[in-house]
Structure formats: C-alpha cells, structure tokens
Design a protein around this ligand. Structure first.
Ligand code: FES
Ligand code: FES
Length: 154
C-alpha cells in the first residue's frame, strides 16, 4: 500500500507517493534527493539521519514518512554557505570524513533557535545523541560556540 503525502523540504513542496512502511530517511534520500541525510546505525542511536521537522530534530531512520504528511523539513542542503552554523563548521575545520556533520549542523541549528547563547556544557549536552566516529568533537564544539557568537552579534 502507498499513500500520497506532501512534504515541504528546505522550502520546496514535494507531493510523493510513499509506501506505508517507508522510512522518512529513505524517502528523503531516494525520492527527494537530500543525500546529506545519512544512515548510520539505523536504530536511532547515532544522529547521522537527523533532520528538523517543524524545527525539531528527529531521527529520520525511525520515522515513518506517512506520519510526516504536511511537515516542514529542513536538512543540511537547506542551509547555504553564509549560514552562521555552516560557515562556523567550515572555518573551524569541524569535519574529518564528514559523515556525521549534516546531523551535527541541524542539531546545532535547533539548539541556537531554542537557546541563542548556549554554554559549552549545553552544546555538548544537546549534541550528545550525535556520534562522530572520527572523534571531531573538539572542533564541533568550537564550531557551535563560534556559530552562537556570530548569531549573537547579528
Ligand atoms: S541512522 Fe538514524 S540515528 Fe543512526
Ligand atoms: S567527521 Fe567522520 S564521523 Fe564525524
């Protein structure tokens, strides 16, 4: 069985026929083409598949696409190079293989929307569900701190 749903992804509306058991992760990668959304663990434990749904970070590997009919989704593709988080990650060298970074970036966006001036502890806590196999945590923390200062200065 499939169902027609509508997803707004990075400001663009998509009307899609999706299998009733299709995961949002697979629909985003295969039907929408937002390949920054990555599959790591597939069981909600690594954060590589994180997207923002109506501003809230969710694990798309655990989400049935049909449950998000009408949702407004943001993936890393929706952020341009001038975005304070993206530019801070680039300037701080916060990536080795890069696999985890889109999830880290959108979680940082979520944090700064909720708390524009987070402490280092609050950043670490907010990103605790996002794992980096390369151990780039110091640079990621620096990038998130830089993004917060940039946002505060605007
Ligand atoms: S792939 Fe979704 S949390 Fe790991
Ligand atoms: S940069 Fe490689 S997993 Fe994080």
């Amino acid at each position: 069985m499939s169902t027609r749903i509508s997803l707004t992804v990075n400001g663009v509306k998509h009307v899609l026929d999706v299998a009733d058991d299709a995961l949002l992760l697979d629909v985003l990668r295969e039907q929408v083409g937002t390949t920054s959304v990555r599959e790591g663990c597939g069981v909600g434990a690594c954060g590589a598949c994180t997207v923002l749904a109506d501003g809230k970070g969710i694990s798309s590997c655990l989400a049935l696409a049909v449950r998000y009919d009408g949702a407004d989704l943001t993936t890393a593709e929706g952020l341009d190079d001038n975005d304070e988080v993206v530019s801070s990650f680039v300037e701080c060298g916060a990536a080795q293989c890069g696999y985890c970074i889109p999830g880290m970036v959108v979680m940082t966006k979520e944090l700064l929307a909720q708390n524009p001036r987070p402490s280092a502890e609050q950043i670490t806590e907010h990103l605790a569900g996002n794992l980096c196999r390369c151990g780039t945590y110091p640079e990621i923390l620096q990038a998130a701190t830089t993004a917060a200062s940039r946002r505060a200065a605007q």
